[in-house]
Ligand binder design. Structure first.
Ligand SMILES: *Cc1c(COP(=O)(O)O)cnc(C)c1O
Length: 211
């Protein structure tokens, strides 16, 4: 991992677009290195792995932890207790459960709802029509702060196809008056910026390959 990598990427990205450094598979020491040069948002996709790093880094109070992995219902309490942001809420039932547990825990996580914009069977998320239909009910849930939508594009798309899906995500977020779109990864971040991403989730581009 080379800090110059990070600084180079940061210089290319407009200042209104946030970088989420996806540290899954990387060690606490590598998180510290990046944090030392100004990165405070880190994304993890496995609860246990994240909790171990959070413990090691407990004195690094400026770090904001984001959960970006598939949410298992029995892990929701741990996620609510330990993450400021949750990007990967992929069903109404899980959202309700997050709301209930957040109330018990006196928390108010920032939430991005994962939307399914293509029929990739490996990716979950809210169907857009369903999301619109449920929107009033969703807005009434307590102890959650809905800030945006999140999407993961299928692998192997052309640049144009990536752009098309990102623009759909942005248009849907705008129609629901949600400011954030968590979209764009190491392979498609440029298209995501053009389409109006506010959170790029970058792993290998910052940290190098995972082993
Ligand atoms: C791993 C992961 C990323 C980062 O992927 P890279 O290709 O390494 O940038 C982004 N989002 C999610 C949901 C991930 O699981």
């Amino acid at each position: 991992m080379n800090p110059a990598n990070y600084l180079e990427i940061k210089n290319k990205i407009p200042s209104n677009v946030n970088i989420l450094a996806v540290s899954k598979g990387f060690k606490s020491q590598e998180i510290k290195t990046i944090q030392n040069i100004g990165q405070n948002d880190f994304g993890e996709s496995k609860v246990q792995e994240a909790l171990e790093k959070q413990l090691t880094l407990k004195d690094h109070k400026q770090i904001n932890w984001h959960f970006i992995g598939r949410i298992q219902s029995n892990k929701i309490r741990k996620i609510v207790q330990n993450f400021k942001y949750i990007h990967s809420v992929d069903s109404f039932e899980k959202l309700q459960k997050i709301s209930n547990i957040s109330r018990e825990e006196k928390k108010n996580p920032l939430i991005m709802l994962q939307v399914k914009l293509s029929d990739d069977p490996t990716k979950g998320g809210f169907n857009p029509e369903f999301l619109i239909m449920k929107w009033r009910e969703i807005q009434e849930l307590k102890n959650i702060s809905l800030t945006g939508l999140m999407t993961i594009n299928p692998k192997g798309l052309s640049s144009k196809e990536n752009s098309g899906l990102f623009k759909k995500c942005r248009a849907l977020a705008d129609s629901l008056q949600l400011p954030d779109c968590s979209m764009g990864m190491s392979g498609d971040w440029e298209e995501a910026i053009d389409a109006g991403s506010t959170w790029l989730r970058l792993g290998s581009l910052i940290f190098g390959g995972r082993f």
